[in-house]
Design a protein around this ligand. Structure first.
Ligand code: ADP
Ligand code: MG
Length: 290
């Protein structure tokens, strides 16, 4: 079945994403060494090597401890309410719930786009309430993000879109020439590297955005409704790709309300309802009414 055509991302959301990537360039020189060590430690933790050799109890990838998020516009109605959970390195987790249940808020807290109102969030052991400003770009390097609307640069090819994520963190041309075709092959786009978003189907555009999110090999990948605009067959292909990435050791968190998909995948399912965590099941099902 051919993949559905969908419009490419709007310029404004692209601008936000570029700011997000470029925030990396504001890092002062003297902190680079410390940061490199932090990235290395996160890598070790991601592959489990460090825990296996040094630590009997593995450090979780993500900890939420009684996390509450209240938006100013809705002071009486927390978007997340005392959410407590842990996600281990290497897990694949679905975050499900109706529209407005708090899924995107959860995702945006994880990459420190938002801060919690109360409670503690740890990502790779780093406390996001007390994280130093200079470390936030490094957090973001370790947490790849995929969105429903792809956020691709419309005038750039698949290759250039993925290369851009490496350019902004100062990777050399040689690294870019080597890693970009490799990651595009991994997501199944080896033969479409020189196509622009408007020459690609929705599913292919989402594959480019996944390639961009993982090209720097982050230990975590978080996805907010990654198949929200795709037909069921294309969605399944994207989920299988995310599963394959998870099998390489990457922790994957997918917010979705795609019931059929969640039930087909047999993964851990965390259910939010009105900002409350109401269910957390290994190999769970999407059990809210559609
Ligand atoms: P979901 O992704 O599950 O649809 P959200 O996290 O987007 O849920 O929203 C959770 C709740 O927070 C909803 O009631 C929504 O209206 C509210 N909300 C989300 N973003 C904002 C915001 N920027 N300002 C005020 N309220 C918001
Ligand atoms: Mg949402």
């Amino acid at each position: 079945m051919p993949e559905q055509q969908t419009p490419t991302a709007s310029q404004s959301s692209n601008d936000e994403f570029i700011d997000f990537l470029l925030s990396d360039q504001k890092t002062p020189e003297h902190t680079l060494k410390q940061q490199a060590q932090a990235v290395k430690a996160a890598r070790h933790a991601a592959t489990g090597r460090q825990q296996a050799s040094f630590r009997p109890a593995a450090k979780p990838a993500i900890v939420f401890d009684r996390v509450t998020k209240v938006y100013q516009a809705q002071p009486g109605k927390p978007a997340l309410n005392k959410v407590t959970l842990q996600i281990a390195f290497g897990e694949f987790v679905f975050l499900v719930g109706h529209s407005g249940s708090g899924k995107s808020t959860f995702i945006r807290l994880l990459n420190r786009e938002l801060t919690s109102t109360r409670g503690t969030i740890l990502v790779g052991g780093e406390n996001l309430s007390t994280i130093k400003k200079w470390r936030i770009p490094y957090l973001r390097r370790n947490v790849g993000c995929v969105f429903q609307d792809f956020k691709l640069l419309p005038k750039k090819t698949a290759f250039e879109n993925v290369a851009f994520a490496l350019q902004v963190i100062g990777k050399s041309k040689a690294v870019i020439r080597n890693q970009v075709p490799e990651v595009l092959r991994l997501v199944g786009l080896g033969d479409k590297q020189h196509k622009r978003p408007d020459q690609l189907s929705g599913g292919e555009q989402q594959r480019v955005s996944i390639a961009r999110a993982i090209v720097n090999r982050p230990p975590m990948l978080i996805c907010d409704e990654p198949t929200g605009d795709l037909d069921p067959q294309t969605s399944l292909g994207i989920m299988k790709l995310l599963e394959r990435i998870n099998h390489t050791g990457t922790t994957v968190v997918v917010a979705t309300h795609d019931k059929q998909m969640v039930n087909a995948m047999r993964k851990r399912v965390i259910t939010l309802e009105g900002g409350y965590l109401v269910r957390d099941e290994a190999e769970g099902e999407y059990s809210l009414n559609a």
